[in-house]
Design a protein around this ligand. Structure first.
Ligand SMILES: C[S@@+](CC[C@H](N)C(=O)[O-])C[C@H]1O[C@@H](n2cnc3c(N)ncnc32)[C@H](O)[C@@H]1O
Length: 741
């Protein structure tokens, strides 16, 4: 030692080594410095001897990690230490995700993913992902390249005295270095320390540079382009049927993060981005021009629909008396329409039906509303050339011919409702033997679903649309049209007071690709871990398999939880482990039945296992459900989905969990019109997406067998009626239990 320490450099090195070892031991064993001094002379002595200036506390030149206080010999080693031990923090300090198309940068890769999908319609985020070094702005095709760049170019930046600090709460505060170069010797006086990398202008203060950069070089600097999801909070449902109550999973929940396998050597998410070579600043010159001119298209369409609905609300329309007067004097439908449109502009096409009803109520005889009426004055029917092109007729067409392909334009307006509301006295339409359906609304989701959900009425049931509360089918709201009585939503709404969201625990899988593979996906691992003996619908083991096949059909037997990938995963929506969350994909129709009110049928053949829709509504607890039942009255609580009816009561009692219900009375989707059957063609699965908490799972309805186009969809409400409660079940199944609510 003494021989070696004759060399100044070696001596200095050994000093550092011993100091750092000492520090480490103190930390490890909890000795104070004094203890060491007293008890570890063999360690202390050489330090004293070797310290160049004789000061044993001299830490000069030692790089200290501000996170774990470990001292390292130099910045280079500190940098390596960070990357090895504090990768998460290092990521915050150095890594940004950059869109290779427009160079917008993001703090998280899922934000980038959303951006490339929404803005550029690119499915595979890897194709567009660059990694940006925050201190210098250089971009790289994969993280390994970024880290080796950081190690070689910015080791000093890990010394937090230079670049940032740990916040009081342990959170990491980094100074923004994205567009900054700290100036070297010529301006160490502290003036004009910050130089704009784009135009070279110098600034004294970082905020000044920031403002300059924003104003001169950026249209915007989006940290994320994603519109923040404010408004109604979205969480899933709690449902806990039979096997699903699995206490095993609940027990393991706390430890769930540790169950996630860390495949591929250490890093939770590895993005090997070989297709991109190292990209240096300047290779993507287009960034600013692209970001400047960008206006989110979806915002345009939102604005358009807002304006459209405003226009419709403020549009003047004729009152009943005026309608009556014009209808009474019109020679035909054409002249009736022409007189009105002269004054009011374009009006709903079937307004004449409303007028005809008024006429019949006021004993004003008119005939021209009838099909096949020929005007005695020879008026020709008005062509629609001056109108907006009608929306496309229903794409299905397969079930039967559609007599009216023109949907109520702007169905959100009172016009559409008015118009359809007054379809009356149409018994004559039974004349035709072939069943025909009239499209009352082209899409009751008003564009919220990715496929249209039409509402139709078979011609012979047209008359029932204005049936009274005590009409044949016993439906109190028989005269309301399906889209009038609720607000269509595509995500469950969580009652704020339940505070379910705050407990939600979510885990992303470690898959590196845009679509996960069952061999590597942690969600498959979680499932296998939870259900060792799970079987598919053919009785084969589910081990190592996704719950869906390659066509997205569920293969898992009913009764197990389904673990779908989520926003913490790297995969995109084409991942085979994302199905329910992608929403309705099959064509469905809401239609009127003879005796069960409204119902839903398949507008195309549906294969067994296909996801049909989610049961959506407000998620409320038992107490609130009871209050609402009381408020709605017995007749109107038929949209409250009794989750308890699906629960293995014993397990629920043992677990002592609160029970929940889904109320689709005011907010819901197409599922609220699916009737009960004792021999259903849909089955339900609990699907975990945002949370691993089964209370926050979604309820997915999937085809339990092949379903033909035109067939009514149904699931088993599992209603166990208390004596004297419920209503007669009209499912017609041979095994009908006789009662439904
Ligand atoms: C969720 S709603 C289904 C949509 C409902 N048919 C409508 O018109 O709004 C449930 C209600 O539909 C009716 N319903 C559902 N299935 C039925 C069945 N098999 N027999 C008789 N009525 C049924 C009952 O009134 C029940 O309370």
């Amino acid at each position: 030692m003494s021989e070696a320490s004759k060399d100044v450099k070696t001596r200095h090195f050994l000093t550092k080594l011993v100091c750092s070892e000492k520090e480490r031991l103190i930390r490890l064993w909890g000795f104070s410095g004094d203890n060491i001094a007293q008890n570890s002379c063999s360690v202390e002595e050489p330090v004293k001897f070797l310290t160049a200036n004789g000061d044993e506390n001299d830490d000069e030149g030692i790089a200290k990690c501000n996170i774990c206080s470990e001292k390292l010999f130099d910045d280079q080693m500190l940098a390596k230490h960070w990357i090895d031990n504090h990768k998460k923090e290092a990521r915050m300090l150095f890594k940004r995700y950059v869109c290779a198309i427009c160079l917008d940068s993001f703090t998280e890769n899922n934000l980038l993913e959303a951006h490339v999908q929404e803005r550029h319609h690119v499915q595979f985020v890897e194709q567009c992902m660059l990694y940006q070094c925050i201190p210098c702005g250089s971009r790289f095709g994969n993280p390994d390249q970024l880290w080796s760049h950081v190690l070689s170019h910015h080791p000093a930046n890990f010394n937090l005295q230079n670049v940032g600090q740990l916040g009081d709460d342990g959170s990491f505060e980094t100074r923004e270095h994205t567009q900054v170069q700290t100036v070297n010797s010529d301006n160490q006086d502290g003036l004009q320390k910050y130089i704009c990398r784009f135009c070279g202008l110098k600034f004294d203060l970082l905020p000044d540079l920031g403002r300059h950069h924003q104003a001169a070089h950026m249209g915007s600097i989006p940290t994320s382009s994603r519109v923040s999801k404010r408004g109604v909070p979205f969480y899933g449902n709690k449902l806990k049927p039979g096997r699903l109550s699995r206490p095993r999973f609940k027990k393991g929940l706390g430890a769930a993060p540790f169950k996630i396998r860390n495949r591929g050597g250490g890093s939770i998410k590895k993005h090997i981005q070989e297709p991109f070579r190292e990209v240096v600043e300047g290779e993507f010159q287009s960034s600013e021009s692209v970001s400047l001119g960008r206006l989110a298209e979806f915002q345009c369409s939102d604005i358009a629909s807002l304006l459209f609905s405003k226009i419709n609300k403020t549009k003047r329309h004729p009152g009943n008396l005026e309608l009556l007067a014009i209808a009474g004097s019109a020679c035909c439908r054409t002249s009736f329409r022409a007189s009105l449109e002269k004054k009011y502009g374009i009006l709903p096409e079937r307004l004449y039906l409303k007028a005809a009803k008024l006429c019949s109520e006021h004993n004003v005889p008119v005939e021209w509303h009838r099909e096949g009426f020929v005007c005695p004055k020879g008026c020709k029917s008005i062509t629609d050339s001056h109108r907006l092109p009608p929306l496309k007729s229903l794409p299905d067409g397969s079930v039967r011919p559609v007599t009216e392909t023109r949907p109520p334009v702007a169905v959100t307006s009172e016009w559409a409702m008015d118009e359809s509301h007054y379809i009356i006295n149409f018994n004559h339409s039974r004349q035709e033997a072939a069943e025909r359906a009239i499209v009352l609304c082209d899409d009751i989701s008003f564009g919220k679903e990715s496929v249209r959900v039409a509402c139709v009425v078979d011609e012979h049931l047209l008359g029932s649309l204005h049936g009274s509360a005590d009409g044949d089918d016993g439906q109190t709201n028989a005269c309301f049209l399906p889209w009038e009585s609720f607000t269509y939503v595509t995500k469950p709404l969580l009652d704020q007071s339940l505070d379910l969201g705050s407990q939600s625990l979510q885990l992303g899988c470690g898959c590196a690709h845009s679509t996960c593979s069952p061999k590597a996906c942690d969600h498959v691992y979680l499932f296998d871990n939870d259900y060792e003996d799970a079987k598919d619908i053919n009785g084969k083991s589910m081990k190592g398999r996704f719950p869906y096949d390659d066509k997205g059909r569920i293969i898992l037997e009913e009764g197990y939880l389904v673990y779908e990938c989520n926003k913490n995963c790297s995969c995109n929506k084409n991942c085979p482990n994302r199905v329910l969350q992608n929403g309705v994909r099959v064509k469905l129709e809401v239609f009127k039945t003879e005796d069960k009110g409204w119902a839903v049928r398949a507008a195309e053949p549906i294969d067994r296992g296909t996801f049909v829709c989610e049961y959506i509504g407000e998620v409320i607890d038992e107490h609130e459900a009871n209050k609402r039942r009381h408020r709605y009255g017995t007749e109107d609580c038929r949209f409250i989905y009794e989750i308890d009816a699906r629960v293995n009561d014993m397990i629920r009692l043992i677990e002592g969990e609160a029970s929940y219900a889904i109320d689709a009375t005011k907010y819901g989707n197409v599922s609220r019109y699916i009737n009960h059957s004792c021999s259903p063609n849909l089955e339900n699965h609990q699907v975990l997406i945002e949370s691993l908490d089964s209370q926050l799972s979604h309820i997915g309805l999937y085809a339990s067998r092949d379903i033909a186009a035109g067939e009514e969809l149904s699931f088993d409400y599992m209603y166990k009626a208390p004596p004297g409660k419920g209503c007669e079940c009209k499912c017609g199944a041979v095994n009908c239990r006789g009662c439904v609510q």
